[in-house]
Write a protein that binds this ligand. Sequence first.
Ligand code: ZN
Ligand code: ZN
Length: 303
Amino acid sequence: LSIEVHILGSSSATPVFDRHPTSQLIKILHHQYLIDCGEGTQMQLSRYNHKPNKISRIFISHLHGDHFFGLIGLVSTMSLQGRKNPLTIYAPLGLKDILSLQFKYSETILNFPLYIEVVDEASLTTILDKDDHQVECFPLSHRIPCYGYRFTRKQAAPSLIKDRLPENISVQDIIQLKQGHNLVNDEGEVTVYCKDVTQPTQEAVSYAYCSDTIYTPSLSELLKGTTLLYHESTFTKEYESRAQSTFHSTAEQAALVAKNMGVKKLLLGHFSARYKDLSPIQDEARQIFPYSFLAIEGQKFCI
Ligand SMILES: [Zn+2]
Ligand SMILES: [Zn+2]
């Protein structure tokens, strides 16, 4: 298991029909990250037995309330629970001012370091790069500055087949092989082919999160190679003009983006309050892209 996406909420704008506003808990290897933090996120974390203090980073798409109104509550709880580990929040410009004001007038002093990183990426940019995983940020097109994030579990170094290695192999040569290079002698001739003495590990896998955005066909090219895509589908196509005027997408448009991106699976979310029954959204997307699923809260999607 490389990446697990646990849906904590996928309602747009207002909480209706027991659906909470947007939030997702991502497990990538042993790291726990939160994407968006709509109102009630800390209750949802508790309902699904997640410990807030295991979350090391939070990625906020934009500053519409349905994506971050839960933040002050969650961060305050982390402090009350005795958190000591630092927390980093990635968000568009303005979040620092908002939180500072809330902390100031509630006289809240956090007992852990809180770092806020401003995202204002104009194109796909790596914002976190670790040995085993990375996070990229990219702009979406919405009424206010809004960003998507892609989480990638990198391909691990090839593993060596010990009994095929030459005797007395040096540490430097082992490093070369683990980096995927052949071994060459002083004359430049290959003495050991990497593929002969190593076995490949699981390929890199990725999860891209796109909410909220007007239909943006160029995302398919930008995020080509993504394994799992979450794309907002606030409306069905009968409300396409409403989607356009509010800078949202329809299920059909989300499916077109997924199909052209070549992903394995599409998660649909950010459902409008006008839909009690969500099946028309899934049906519409499946007409275009059969591997489309509703991101219902409580559900987990694994890569
Ligand atoms: Zn929204
Ligand atoms: Zn929005």
